[in-house]
Write a protein that binds this ligand. Structure first.
Ligand SMILES: C[S@@+](CC[C@H](N)C(=O)[O-])C[C@H]1O[C@@H](n2cnc3c(N)ncnc32)[C@H](O)[C@@H]1O
Length: 472
């Protein structure tokens, strides 16, 4: 007779990989943007074994512990977490558990993500209807109640337990105020510093061109490069900027505070965002909550902050990031809104003082429908929506976008009878989107029709221009 040990293991014969665990591994891999091949490489296990582990129909049920531990390590987690053991224990307690929610929300977001683009030709209200239905059904099935989490955040014991229980980040990224230097602290292995970075992740290694191989990658040419890469792409990361900290984890559902965010802050700061007597700030398409939290932390007059995004992962990270940075700013009322475009913000009693939005900017071009399905940065619909609704949302709206989506912005501003006034400098930044490297047809149209710049002799091959605007 078999004797089962701890964790469902049978002595000397490995661990049974349940269907749940298979799903978890696949979902972790997807959200880290890793192919089977890449994960096999990172975990140093064979592709064949990994395929079997993930395949729900595989006849092999039991796998070697060492292999599973290596896979868990590649995701910066323990075998227990990979098996969902810790979650089961924590689920029983009253505590609001970040990691458990993060996993559930990622699953739901992955179902929501294709929704807009799948229904490209459907009318807007139909899409909104489908979105709201899927969102509430998925939450109900999992017995997750957003109002309950929000209420928990108002209870100091639950809130402190939630913040205290945040997973330890595997990587701490310190961005200097002037964006002159980024250091990646890979404790206890050491620190990798990149001087004069051009991006938050200033690597060009995967650009599809042999010419770029002539240049040294500031990350991968360093002895810590591979380890920093592993931690950046698969684990929890803490990004520190001006003393404010943002949790982030790589995945399609969550955009990190990156070069566009730092440039936009510069432009808005010069425009008086941190000094003027603004009381309320609305962050639309909030991601990690970077704008709302920066504004509330740097402008002493802010008393109300609202983060709004259509996905649940941003809701969770935005909430965690606010309470992580709130300190003694208890007088600030914090709200979240989960809605498509600006849905859910319609019932405003009065417009916010400030709205800030850094929307996706990749145009959906005829003949390239798949781009919309594959990329979360695709689509200009949030951009045009914010322009059209700006006057009802806020007294002053800041918007940043790329020259690639200029035509859509022009049409929207004309339709709305408004003007987009540039503030701050126009910034030329590398355009680096891995999913586009195989899409030379799409890239060519961007070059010919949208002003994407190609520099064959530069470390980064493609470039675009970012500009912050105020809507008037
Ligand atoms: C480029 S990211 C910006 C994130 C964050 N504001 C920042 O600057 O770091 C765009 C954000 O808009 C959100 N978003 C995209 N399309 C949306 C839509 N139709 N409705 C609401 N939010 C949307 C995404 O989920 C994402 O968080």
């Amino acid at each position: 007779m078999e004797t089962k040990g701890k964790n469902g293991k049978v002595a000397g014969r490995g661990t049974i990989v349940t269907l749940e665990m298979k799903k978890r591994i696949r979902s972790l891999r997807h959200s880290a943007n890793l192919s089977i091949e890449c994960l096999a490489d990172k975990a140093t296990v064979s592709e064949k074994t990994l395929k079997k582990i993930e395949n729900p129909k595989s006849k092999q049920k039991r796998f070697d512990d060492d292999t599973l531990i290596k896979i868990a390590k590649a995701f910066n987690m323990s075998l227990d977490s990979l098996q969902g053991k810790q979650n089961q224990v924590e689920q029983k307690s009253w505590a609001i558990n970040f990691e458990l929610l993060a996993e559930q929300f990622r699953e739901i977001d992955r179902m929501l993500l294709p929704l807009i683009r799948d229904h490209k030709h459907a009318n807007k209200s139909l899409i909104e209807h489908a979105y709201l239905g899927l969102l509430s059904q998925s939450l109900q099935e999992r017995k997750i109640y957003i109002e309950q989490i929000d209420r928990g955040m108002r209870d100091s014991i639950k809130r402190n337990a939630f913040i205290g229980g945040l997973p330890k980040p595997g990587l701490v990224i310190e961005v200097s105020e002037d964006f002159e230097e980024i250091s990646y602290n890979c404790n206890p292995d050491g620190i990798l510093t990149v001087k004069s970075p051009q991006l938050l992740w200033d690597c060009h290694c995967d650009t599809p061109s042999t010419k770029q191989n002539d240049f040294k990658c500031p990350i991968h040419s360093h002895s810590l490069g591979e380890e920093v890469d592993r931690r950046f792409s698969t684990g929890y990361v803490l990004i520190r900027y001006q003393g404010i900290e943002f949790y982030w984890r790589s995945g399609q559902e969550l955009w990190p505070p990156s070069i566009d965010s730092f440039y936009m802050i510069d432009a808005m700061e010069a425009d008086g965002l941190f000094k003027k007597r603004y009381n309320s700030v609305l962050d639309i398409g909030s991601g990690t909550g970077f704008w709302g939290i920066m504004a509330a932390s740097c402008n002493p007059y802010i008393t109300e902050i609202t983060l709004s995004d259509w996905l649940l992962t941003p809701y969770l990270y935005g909430t965690a990031n606010w309470f992580l940075n709130r300190n003694n700013r208890e007088h600030i009322s914090f709200k979240t809104n989960t809605g498509l475009f600006t849905g859910g913000l319609d019932s405003l009693v009065k417009p916010h003082d400030i709205a800030i939005c850094n929307p996706p900017y990749l145009p959906l071009l005829d003949g390239f429908d798949e781009i919309g399905l594959e990329s979360t940065v695709a689509g200009t619909d949030l951009l045009t929506n914010v322009i059209m609704r700006s006057k009802t949302l806020a007294n002053r709206t800041y918007l940043q976008f790329s020259n690639l989506s200029q035509p859509e912005a022009q049409v929207a501003q004309k339709k709305a009878g408004l003007k987009l006034r540039p503030i701050g400098k126009e910034r030329l930044v590398p355009f680096r989107l891995r999913i586009l490297w195989e899409r030379s047809g799409y890239l060519n149209v961007l070059i010919k029709e949208r002003g994407l710049i190609e520099k064959k002799n530069s470390r980064h091959r493609f470039w675009h221009k970012l500009q912050t605007y105020v809507i008037e």
